[in-house]
Design a protein around this ligand. Structure first.
Ligand SMILES: Nc1ncnc2c1ncn2[C@@H]1O[C@H](COP(=O)(O)OP(=O)(O)OP(=O)(O)O)[C@@H](O)[C@H]1O
Length: 703
């Protein structure tokens, strides 16, 4: 029933371009010129649109005039394109109005605007008193039906900033908790729901809420902070089949603008971490819609707070409309967004390369040469059809498609990238091999360890982290004895990325599936819902020979680098050598002997070293004990959170009155709300903060 309702039951009455079978629809809208822009561009548009069958076209292709004249013309397929003359009213009647009958029938729908800064996202959703936006137009339509059917309408509004959710309609802008149950039902704890009875009441509430939110942010930070803004319209209607009310939700999400020049130190007062987080959550949203449009088994809702909070509106038979807003004048970010969205629109191959339809992009040599202003190269479907449908944008192809422009935009940590690729997601992979990190802590290849063979890769990531081998230039900074090995590491680092298709399927049963300590690393979260699916042990060898070679190279590097050599030598007799070398040695030993240095949760501490099973050297024994101690401390910490009084909780670092209150509330609902460190996100702590907390509580053990 849900699906038929969600598929526009009113289709016969409402003109619509929506394809009934499509869960996600991708359209673009170019906003009107502002005065200065019109003067500058002489009124010419930089976007060419091809509608093969005129207004009846099932899809359109966009291309951009400002592309390099020598570059191959690329075009991007979308479901529809709205030009400057087509105003909010047209988009509403073509795209949003058809969703409303479903919402009145208890389904959810979500309208997302995305695009570069200043591309008209807010004007499209929010509009103005004179030119109502999609939200106000939708409210008018809903109220029309409400008068007839006796529905009730409530609204909630929130901002997602730095992966925390704040209630916009609450004058104190309190933090909202996103809680999901096993069925994917999402509860937004602390989010106000305000009843509204008319469009003007709605408009005042919503628009003034957003405006005062901006003002409040300005006072605190001088500049309005760029967050994602969301509106939820809850419509309760009497059900035909039962006495219970059915509630449908219409979501509007105004994604923060993406920024040009992310490699600069700061953009409009934003630091790079803020910018990185914005982009990361935009990519998370694109990953989710990509997975949804590809009907993938695994949808990475928990990649960001925003996608998590929208989970029950995005999943199932509910409908999603993605509107890419474009500037009417040349804008690199606009091209970039279109290229990303187009990939999702086409499910498994993005821009249609007009001149190279048969090009296969499987080797590193296919990387597009550096050229500023060049947009991502087409990824053409290859013969690996099944793989593509499950993991539509493989790392391998993505890397091939990446231009340095894209690399520069890398905002995902590679840990996440690789983890994502294992799970069959997608869009963010485009940015997975950046040479320059904006957030160093997020730049590492260690996510491989979460799912794939642990030993050598663990060692690789741990070794690369401190060395920060992110560019050839950095390679040159290594010890003069080391370039050969550094080269190998760089190559291998690329290989990890290039070969991640293989790793996608790799899984070692019972090894490293969950480890509390591993959770301390930001970006190491594994999607619980997809954890057991799509595992195929046969597709990939246990540890590639390339990685094995890398292991040897790393060992050589250690011994070739003077400081490390010294420590390495010393560490043969002294267990208190520096962390890098200690870790390297311990992991090398573990990997070469194929010993997993992590301890099952119930193993407990043992007094005698020799009792540690499968341990061949003091280093392994130390490693095992280290894991045990960490595990034990984490359990103590979680146990404390589950049982301590409010006053006791406040004695912990990072837990103030607000968090202590939330913890007590969570405990009222469930006796032991904290089962692992991930659960601390429920009290608004990021993985990075959790790591910081552990460090503060337990010192260098958690370095
Ligand atoms: N259809 C339009 N015609 C002319 N100007 C427009 C149109 N839509 C938006 N603008 C103008 O473009 C500018 C940016 O609009 P808006 O604030 O909606 O962009 P945005 O994408 O939400 O920006 P940000 O990412 O910074 O939030 C505003 O000055 C607005 O007046």
């Amino acid at each position: 029933m849900a699906s038929s309702l969600c598929d526009n039951p009113d289709r016969t009455k409402t003109p619509t371009r929506s394809k009934p079978s499509r869960k996600v629809r991708f359209v673009a809208k170019v906003r009107g010129f502002m005065d200065a822009e019109a003067e500058f561009s002489k009124g010419d548009s930089w976007i060419s649109v091809n509608k093969p069958n005129g207004e009846d076209s099932e899809s359109v292709t966009l291309s951009f005039k400002e592309q390099q004249p020598t570059s191959r013309k690329e075009s991007y397929e979308l479901d529809y394109f709205y030009d400057q003359q087509e105003d909010n009213g047209v988009i509403f009647s073509q795209e949003v109005k058809p969703l409303i009958p479903g919402v009145l029938g208890g389904c959810n729908a979500t309208v997302v605007t995305l695009g570069a800064r200043g591309s008209g996202k807010t004007c499209l959703i929010q509009g103005s008193a004179e030119k109502p936006g999609l939200a106000a137009l939708a409210m008018a339509e809903i109220f029309l039906a409400t008068e007839k059917d006796g529905n009730s309408v409530n609204i909630s509004s929130y901002e997602v900033y730095q992966d925390h959710v704040y209630d916009i309609l609450d004058p104190e802008r309190r933090l909202v908790l996103v809680q999901g149950d096993a069925q994917g039902k999402i509860r937004l704890k602390g989010l106000s729901r305000v009843p509204v009875k008319s469009v003007s009441e709605f408009y005042n509430l919503y628009v003034s809420g957003c405006a005062s939110c901006k003002r409040a942010q300005k006072v605190a930070t001088e500049l309005p902070r760029p967050g994602h803004k969301g509106l939820i319209v809850h419509v309760s209607s009497p059900s035909e089949s039962s006495d219970a009310l059915q509630v449908g939700k219409l979501n509007f999400v105004d994604l923060a603008g993406c920024y040009e020049g992310t490699r600069r130190k700061s953009v409009d007062g934003l630091n790079l971490v803020e910018t990185s987080k914005i982009h990361k959550s935009i990519y998370a949203m694109l990953n989710v819609v990509h997975a949804l449009s590809a009907s993938g088994n695994h949808v990475p809702y928990r990649e960001s707070k925003l996608t998590h909070l929208l989970q029950d509106s995005l999943s199932g038979a509910h409908r999603v409309l993605m509107v890419t807003c474009l500037k009417p004048t040349f804008c690199q970010d606009s091209m970039y967004m279109v290229s990303l969205v187009s990939r999702s629109c086409q499910n498994n191959n993005g821009a249609v390369m007009e001149s190279t339809k048969k090009t296969k992009c499987l080797t590193r040599s296919a990387v597009v040469p550096s050229r500023k202003g060049h947009i991502p190269r087409t990824i053409v479907a290859t013969t690996k059809k099944q793989t593509i449908s499950r993991a539509p944008l493989s790392e391998k192809k993505i890397n091939c498609s990446m231009t340095p422009v894209l690399k520069g935009r890398k905002l995902f940590d590679e840990k996440n990238q690789l983890t994502k690729s294992k799970k069959g997601s997608s869009i963010s992979d485009i940015a997975s091999t950046s040479e320059t990190s904006v957030d160093k802590e997020e730049m590492s290849v260690s996510s491989v360890t979460e799912v794939a063979e642990p030993s050598v890769e663990n060692m690789l990531s741990d070794a690369l982290k401190p060395l920060e081998l992110t560019s050839m230039a950095e390679k040159d900074n290594l010890s003069s004895d080391a370039p050969k090995h550094a080269e190998s590491i760089l190559m291998a680092k690329k290989d990890v990325s290039f070969n991640s298709d293989a790793h996608t399927e790799k899984h070692t049963p019972g090894v490293n599936s969950r480890d509390d300590f591993s959770l301390l690393e930001e970006g190491h979260r594994v999607e619980k819902e997809g954890k057991n699916s799509d595992v195929n042990d046969e597709k990939s060898p246990p540890i590639s020979s390339r990685l094995q070679e890398l292991s040897n190279n790393l060992k050589n590097l250690i011994s070739a680098t003077p400081v490390c050599k010294k420590i390495s030598d010393a560490s043969k007799t002294d267990c208190s050598a520096t962390p890098l070398c200690t870790k390297m040695r311990e992991e090398n030993d573990a990997s070469s002997n194929n010993v997993e240095p992590k301890t099952p949760a119930n193993q407990g501490m043992k007094d005698n070293r020799c009792e540690v099973t499968n341990v061949n050297s003091p280093w392994e024994a130390l490693s095992v004990r280290n894991s045990e101690v960490k595990h034990s401390l984490v359990q103590e910490y979680l146990g404390f959170l589950n049982t301590a009084s409010k006053e006791e909780l406040k004695r912990l670092k990072g837990i103030g009155e607000k968090r202590a209150t939330y913890i007590m509330e969570l405990r009222d609902e469930s006796p032991k709300p904290f089962k692992n460190l991930d659960d601390l996100e429920e009290i608004g702590l990021s993985a990075k903060q959790i790591k910081g907390l552990m460090k503060k509580e337990f010192g260098g053990l958690f370095n």
